[in-house]
Design a protein around this ligand. Structure first.
Ligand code: SAH
Ligand code: SF4
Length: 358
């Protein structure tokens, strides 16, 4: 194919129903063909125009020349002993890059953890993704594509419910427009059809992004990486805290319009000997006063960084303090640690313990 012809090919993955309608009309086709392609792509996961049998043959043939479906390509699958799969995916709209997506099967559902940026600029001191720096923002198609690839690769074993968490590489609120465009497709009952209550977006605390998310009609649950019990402590491990300190962050949280039965989730990475004392737990209780909040404690997952895993007794004690003070608190069991698939371990490691298969 000549370079000109290649340039003329339009990637349809990531386009909204409205954008597909406009595109089809620009080809001289009726607008409803856009809705048919939207359904085929996102609800039925047909990634080949030839398989879109509800379209006339001539249109399928034309689309195969003038349009594409740029699905992320699986470079590697790292399978954990607990069933978790860490995918390394090659994405290539714009600058080629690799990102990671994690598939976690459970008894009655699967949870898919997706990346929103390649790498991350936020530079939290405990997180391996930070060591990559920011490579680039992902497009809406690259974000939706991760979910579609993970579902398709596990098609035979899918459970009825799918949860998604925006907790992979990247800071979702620093790629707001693409993340929201992707979420509109993922949470659309006519699209990928994930229930909004089964979706969560985790942020390091980008206050303007939280304020923008608050104004969205359809949105996932919000999770905030608190990770410290004072500004002094948070400054040391999350440089972003100097820009958006705890007062500002918690004010944005208090102003966040929670719906009935909606909670704010605060994540708290426990770093042994640093932020895991009972005094820290008491300070967290005070910080979260007047908020409808739950806390997830995440014992630090090791990587090549100067931190320690917390003593399990400290973790339990921390949890006990919160619960006694009326703050619902859970200990998150991090899955896929043996293949570097757990929180904060996503840095494209190739040296995972278990055999990798492409
Ligand atoms: N960038 C977003 C989402 C991705 S990180 C954010 O920071 O919120 C997802 C969660 O993993 C965050 O709560 C983060 O604090 C946590 N995390 C990062 N590194 C970790 C590590 N090594 N061990 C345990 N949790 C970690
Ligand atoms: Fe980025 Fe989140 Fe890692 Fe911080 S914890 S560096 S925000 S991915």
């Amino acid at each position: 194919m000549s370079p000109q012809a290649a340039n003329a090919v339009v990637n349809l993955l990531g386009k909204s129903a409205e954008e597909l309608r406009v595109f089809l009309e620009s080809l001289g086709e009726p607008g409803y063909r856009g809705a048919q392609i939207y359904r085929a792509l996102y609800a039925e996961r047909r990634f080949d125009f030839a398989a879109m049998t509800n379209l006339p043959a001539a249109l399928r043939e034309r689309l195969s020349r003038e349009a594409s479906i740029a699905l992320p390509q699986i470079v590697r699958r790292h399978r954990s002993s607990d069933g978790t799969v860490r995918y390394v995916l090659a994405i290539g709209e714009g600058k080629a890059a690799n990102v990671e997506t994690v598939f976690m099967p459970e008894e009655n559902r699967q949870t898919i953890c997706i990346s929103t940026q390649a790498g991350c600029a936020v530079d939290c001191r405990f997180c391996l993704t930070a060591t990559l720096g920011l490579v680039r923002n992902l497009t809406a198609g690259e974000i939706v594509g991760q979910v579609l690839v993970a579902l398709e690769d596990n098609r035979a074993a899918l459970k009825p419910q799918t949860n998604i968490v925006l907790m992979g590489q990247g800071e979702p609120l620093l790629n707001f427009n693409a993340v929201m465009a992707a979420l509109r497709i993922l949470l659309d009952p006519k699209g990928v059809a994930i229930a909004p209550r089964h979706a969560a977006l985790s942020t390091s605390g980008i206050v303007p992004g939280i304020e923008r998310l608050a104004r969205e009609k359809v949105r996932p649950n919000l999770a905030i990486s608190l990770n410290a019990s004072s500004n002094e402590q948070r400054d040391k491990i999350m440089p972003i805290n100097r820009k958006y300190p705890l007062e500002k962050l918690l004010e944005a949280c208090r102003n966040y319009p929670l719906r009935p039965r909606e909670w704010l989730l605060f994540e708290y990475v426990l770093l042994g000997g640093f932020n895991d004392s009972p005094e820290d737990a008491h300070r967290v209780v005070r910080l979260l006063a007047n908020l409808r909040a739950k806390v997830n404690l995440i014992p630090w997952n090791p990587g090549d960084l100067p931190h320690k895993r917390p003593d399990p007794r400290r973790v339990e004690e921390f949890q006990r303090v919160l619960i006694e003070k009326g703050v619902p608190c859970f200990i998150r069991d991090s899955r896929g640690q043996d293949v570097m698939a757990a929180c904060g371990q996503l840095a494209l490691a190739e040296s995972a313990a278990s055999p990798a298969s492409a």
